[in-house]
Ligand binder design. Sequence first.
Ligand SMILES: [Zn+2]
Length: 117
Amino acid sequence: MRRFFPKKKKPDGLNFGKIGRKINVLTIRQQLICLLEKGEMNARELSRELKIREKEVYDHLYHIQRTLKTRAKTLHIDPFYCLVCGYIFEDRKRLTRPGRCPKCRQGHIEVAAYRIV
Ligand SMILES: [Zn+2]
């Protein structure tokens, strides 16, 4: 005679496992998107807020830019500008901070600011 053992039904939402133990890349990107949807922030502020290096901020922004395309949203960039002569890096395709100003050759560049609209 076969005995029937009913399968224990696992309730939804109880399997938290490792979530919350470490912040993964996805979570940082989600936080970044969330921050930029709320208001404009520059790379320095984002790096401080998310406790990652400025270089990593640019890396995440690059991926976010691509993700947003599929969601009909855009990453609006308030471009880098030179603190010495006021040159604005309007046509810059790369997200990273430019080394020096092409006009006056100085290295005092104000970081770009971003927001998601
Ligand atoms: Zn300049």
